[in-house]
Design a protein around this ligand. Structure first.
Ligand SMILES: NC(=O)c1ccc[n+]([C@@H]2O[C@H](COP(=O)([O-])OP(=O)(O)OC[C@H]3O[C@@H](n4cnc5c(N)ncnc54)[C@H](OP(=O)(O)O)[C@@H]3O)[C@@H](O)[C@H]2O)c1
Length: 282
């Protein structure tokens, strides 16, 4: 429905939209736009205070979940399933970049768990609620071009470099999109991934090289606002799969974009799905 610049007002009336990472940044900006589209919003954040503040402002329902804890992801899926009979849009947007290698209570490298395993688990647990016409949107990143999936070292145990590790998880977001579409496209589910641009958010909270761009006058000029960063997400949530975007695809600025070469390896996508299912205990 939404060509660039077209209004989304009311186009999601009555539809249930779940957004993770909605307590700030791109997720909160997307929530604001989708509230204007009439969506019934379920906003997921890690911080109870920040999530409640955004949800209160938008008359949305807040859910709190730390993706570094699978037990909390499972509880979130139960809570969402209990509350909503049907979920029309699931935006897997929560994500982080960790300067140093950290291990979660579940025993996984933090970036890999929060950016890939947790949304993989959440999506799988919510599949019974994601019926015909539902869409699952991954906030990936152009940083995927710095990443590489190493089957023998999925959790960067040998060598940890923050940007390539982050980029690998964003590449995994696209591989997950491909395989989700292959497995569930036939029953009318549409999976899609996108790059939001380089956006001024709290993303630099863990410090490191990103700060060099964020905290400079040049950064002020080149960084997008959260609303601009959310634009492609909002467009994917409100436009028509098959007509406006290709299910299983990867987008930037509302247009098809070239993902990293490994993202086109469908055997790798299938392998990653199976391996991830083992790791999350599905
Ligand atoms: N900013 C950019 O330039 C850029 C570029 C490309 C892709 N992206 C992607 O865009 C997405 C949103 O990022 P952003 O820029 O909006 O960053 P942000 O302002 O830091 O927001 C990140 C969101 O993810 C949540 N989150 C972080 N760690 C979490 C955890 N362990 N469990 C649950 N939620 C967690 C945060 O929750 P709390 O605030 O409640 O802790 C917050 O809501 C991410 O997937 C990121 O990789 C960003």
């Amino acid at each position: 429905m939404t060509a660039a610049g077209a209004s989304t007002a009311g186009c999601l009336e009555g539809q249930v939209v779940v957004i993770t990472g909605a307590s700030t940044g791109i997720g909160a900006a997307a929530a604001e736009a989708l509230a204007g589209a009439g969506a019934q919003l379920a906003l997921v954040g890690r911080s109870p205070e920040k999530t409640a503040a955004v949800a209160g402002r938008l008359r949305a329902t807040p859910f709190v979940c730390d993706f570094a804890r699978f037990d909390q992801v499972r509880r979130l899926a139960e809570d969402l399933s209990a509350r909503y009979e049907r979920i029309d849009v699931l935006a897997n947007n929560a994500g982080l970049l960790s300067r140093y290698r950290e291990v979660t209570p579940d025993g996984h490298e933090l970036t890999f768990q929060v950016n890939h395993l947790a949304p993989f688990l959440l999506t799988n647990l919510l599949l019974p609620r994601l019926g015909t016409g539902a869409r699952v949107i991954q906030t990936s990143s152009r940083a995927q071009h710095l990443g590489r999936v190493d089957k023998a070292d999925l959790e960067a145990g040998r060598r940890y470099r923050a940007f390539p590790v982050y980029g690998t998880t964003k590449l995994e977001n696209v591989l997950f999109t491909r395989e989700l579409q292959r497995r569930h496209g036939d029953r009318g589910l549409s999976a899609v991934a996108f790059h939001p641009g380089t956006v001024r958010t709290e993303f630099n909270r863990r410090g490191g090289a990103v700060n060099l761009l964020y905290n400079t006058p040049v950064g002020n000029l080149v960084l997008l606002t959260p609303a601009q960063g959310a634009d492609t997400l909002v467009w994917l949530a409100t436009s028509a799969p098959g007509r406006d975007f290709v299910p299983g695809g990867y987008y930037a600025r509302r247009r098809p974009s070239r993902p990293a070469r490994q993202a086109d390896d469908l055997d790798l996508a299938a392998w990653l799905w199976e391996r991830s299912a083992e790791l999350v205990g599905l």
